[in-house]
Design a protein. Structure first.
Length: 596
């Protein structure tokens, strides 16, 4: 089952726009160059036969044997290139992050190494003296010479720099690799995915070789093919440095998105690849906790906090280990600073920390980003300061700890007793009185003689009306509730309001540039019309400029600058419905609307 899912997911990725940047290199270096070498070998054979008449049968036989080996190796060049891609991608995905973390190296060092190797191979193809220099270290090991490997080093470099489109299968693989939870199932899934993604590339390599073998013009220009192959590799390397392949992919419609969505929505696939959290020995007992429980339960030993980029609000920004907190009651809170639900929940966490830290409570905020700008350390620090957070914060940019807790919500609370056992799990807002009461019980269990202060009295601003507009994202990868008539993709630029717009939707008007996580005007300004229901409406914005909102005829101005964050558009005494038209200036990025 896993092998089939991996092959299918990989194959869909392999026919998606993601392959476009590497196709020219595959066609020329993986295919046409092998045909060139075979043709060159054939020419050498003819020359050897002619020379044999004067140099003797022994010399002729030696030449023929050399040519036979050259033909054999050249014939396999496309397969060596693809084998290199599969090998490199598999190793990097499963163990790359883990190895680099152990060595204390930056996470992109392997990508840069691939770019360097790609550049050197390209230069070697264009300048024979450079290729000879590159092969010199292998002269003592003839079986490892670059010309005999015929493409495997190239495949390794391509596998290091080739970034497939994200999908549910790749997401599961990436999470497993990032967290170090690599078992037999994960290896099967990864290898089958890599093979599935490489099969279309192999098809193009073989097609390139077949084309070169059949067209005389290619045979007469063997040197040109070599130079073009090298130039394409160098251009790809330069493009990767400036992230040009990603921009190119945005210009091409993702014709595989519907298939990817159907895979992501399949229950059997979700169960097989454990979307939403990979089960491991650390977190397997978390299912014993009912997230809606208002009483203490037993849910196994708390999973470790792992894969953290950095910490703050600790002595010297040093990391915190749960094992060192035995004897204390610990509350692990997953949050993101621009999340409105987290913003409403944070005052309660702050109040508990202030009231009970001297009685043995420790709070750890695990910041798990939803948007790219939430990965910036200074943005997180600024966001925490604005919310009054003084307890230790772990920046979990790779979502390693998020995944280790099998979490799927912002916010989420995990209450751990003094023995290190998870005793309560709560997803979302609310149940603050019950949560505080459980904290008090665990503190008294840990120290029966503890003197606890009076319970905190932080007002609960959790919206009581569940009949509100769902959160609306403006990025192309998570777009929800778009009510316009246009196709919502990176290729669309001009928009106009529809004559009729459904409730709980937004529509665009004017020229927009749609990115994966946000939308931004292409010209001086553009507009968004929102049909909403709720008591509170907020908008996540970044950049610099003044956003003007017409809220049912009332004008509201938002001065956007500094740290990207959530801005309030509307706060009413009770839930209502209506229309908001937002004018966004050039230089401002609109991420989402949230409602309460």
């Amino acid at each position: 089952m896993l092998a089939l899912i991996g092959l299918l997911g990989g194959f869909i990725t392999g026919i998606s726009p993601c392959i476009i940047p590497v196709l020219p290199v595959i066609l020329f270096s993986g295919g046409m160059q092998s045909a060139r070498e075979q043709r060159a070998a054939a020419g050498d054979a003819q020359d050897g036969e002619e020379a044999g008449a004067s140099t003797g049968a022994v010399a002729t036989a030696t030449r023929r044997e050399t040519v036979r080996k050259t033909r054999t190796v050249s014939r396999w060049r496309p397969y060596f290139v693809i084998a290199g891609i599969v090998t490199s991608f598999t190793i990097m995905t499963l163990a790359g992050s883990l190895v680099l973390s152990l060595l204390g190296l930056p996470q992109d060092v392997l990508r840069w190494a691939g770019i360097v190797v790609l550049t050197l191979i390209g230069i070697g193809l264009m300048v024979p003296a450079v290729q000879h220099l590159l092969e010199k270290p292998f002269e003592r090991f003839p079986q490892m010479r670059t010309d005999r490997l015929q493409g495997f080093p190239l495949g390794l470099a391509l596998g290091a720099v080739y970034v497939p489109c994200a999908g549910p299968v790749l997401a599961a693989i990436t999470v497993a690799g990032a967290t170090g939870q690599i078992g037999a199932d994960t290896v099967v899934l990864t290898v089958s995915f890599a093979i599935g993604a490489a099969l279309p590339l192999l098809f193009f390599a073989l097609a390139g070789r077949g084309l070169a073998e059949r067209i005389a013009a290619f045979r007469r220009r063997q040197g040109v093919i070599r130079v073009v192959s090298g130039a394409l590799m160098i251009l790809l390397a330069i493009g990767l440095v400036f992230d040009l392949p990603a921009r190119l992919q945005r210009l091409v419609p993702d014709y595989t998105s519907a298939i990817q969505e159907s895979i992501a929505g399949n229950e059997d696939v979700q169960e097989a690849i454990a979307i939403g959290g990979l089960e491991n020995d650390e977190n397997k007992d978390l299912d014993l906790c009912d997230p809606g429980a208002t009483e203490l339960q037993e849910c196994g030993t708390a999973p470790s906090i792992r894969g953290i980029d950095s910490w703050f609000n600790t002595d010297g920004d040093q990391p915190v280990d749960l094992a060192d907190l035995r004897g204390k009651v610990v509350l692990v809170d997953f949050w993101a600073y621009s999340c409105i639900n987290c913003q409403r929940s944070t005052p309660h966490i702050n109040a508990w920390y202030d009231a009970y830290r001297d009685a043995g409570l420790e709070v750890i905020g695990v910041h798990s980003p939803e948007y790219a700008f939430e990965k910036e350390r200074q943005n997180v620090i600024d966001g925490a300061e604005a919310l009054g957070i003084e307890y230790p914060v772990a920046i979990d940019n790779s979502l390693s700890t998020w995944t280790n807790y099998r979490n799927a919500y912002w916010p989420a609370r995990y209450l751990i007793d003094a023995d290190g056992t998870v005793r309560n799990v709560h997803f979302g807002e609310g149940q603050y009185q019950e949560g505080e009461q459980m904290i008090r019980e665990l503190l008294q269990q840990a120290d029966p003689g503890v003197q606890l202060p009076a319970a905190t009295e932080t007002s609960d601003e959790t919206p009581l009306n569940a009949d509100i507009t769902p959160e609306s994202y403006l990025g192309t990868t998570k777009v929800q509730n778009f009510g316009g008539e246009e196709r919502y993709s990176a290729q669309a630029e001009a928009f106009a309001y529809p004559a009729q717009q459904a409730a709980d939707t937004f529509a665009l008007d004017g020229d927009w540039q749609l990115e994966t996580q946000f939308a931004t005007p292409r010209g001086d300004e553009a507009r968004i019309r929102l049909q909403y229901r709720g008591q509170e409406v907020r908008m996540v914005l970044a950049g610099t400029g003044t956003v003007v909102a017409d809220i049912d005829g009332e004008r509201v101005e938002l001065d956007v600058s500094g740290t990207p964050r959530s801005y309030q558009l509307l706060r009413a005494d009770q839930s209502q419905e209506g229309t908001i038209e937002v004018t966004v200036p050039e230089g401002v990025e609109a991420y989402s609307f949230t409602f309460g």
